[in-house]
Design a protein around this ligand. Sequence first.
Ligand SMILES: [Zn+2]
Ligand SMILES: [Zn+2]
Length: 277
Amino acid sequence: MTVVHLKLDESVVSVCLAHEGCSQIGGPPADECDRRWIYGVGGAVYESIDGLASLQDRLHGVRQTILARTGIEDAPRMLGFIAHGWHATKDGPEFADPLLTELDRGASFKGHVRYVVSSVELSGPTKERVFDLLFVALLRVVMLRYRDFERIDIVFEADQSPRSRYAAILEQARPMVTVDVRVEPKGDSALAMADYLLYATLKYLARVMERCQSETCDVGHRPPTANEVSYSAAGAVELYGHLNGRDYALRMYKAFVRSMSSIIELPGVLGQVGGHE
Ligand SMILES: [Zn+2]
Ligand SMILES: [Zn+2]
């Protein structure tokens, strides 16, 4: 039985183009802010159950090491980590770094991201519709790529959405193979990879937009995929552009770049929901 496993998550990262490290991020923009919101969905594809299980095993080991470490037992994040595992937007370096270091050794998934950049903050049904359209676009490609498999096992990370939402997304994605769709809460490390690779991609994008001060920039802003990066003679990833080696967004993305298959901006999505481009 050839089954491909796909884990999915959605996220938004905002950035201010007027102020590097803008203190208003997380709150309402100040008058002189120039904010952008990057809405994205991410998928981690495991092409075999062995690939899925081996990564879960490795990450279980990393998780045990973090839990056993002394000195951070009182970190406010620890209780959440014990209950639900990794969560990219909440993890400080003491939780994220051991994970990234493990992923530097290689990972058994293929990452896909679809995103859109908006100059206005979206909310309610408009925001949900944007995520739905991004999911549909991502799923269509995955369905096509794995059409010779017997089944695609899809897991969305649970939020408050009704099941009907996922059924509608699937219908629009026009599956060509048998598809099994589930919703799972945070906790599984294989699912956490969708959250992390998406966050790493969106943070890289946000950081590059923040750094770039040129109207006529010829540096690519979209994070490169595995096929687009250069490798040193020692096999290390070399990324060129606006970010330097001390930038945490770059460090984070480097852990995922060799696993990334596709990252595509879909600006047309905003037109479909009546949002501003
Ligand atoms: Zn600002
Ligand atoms: Zn630039």
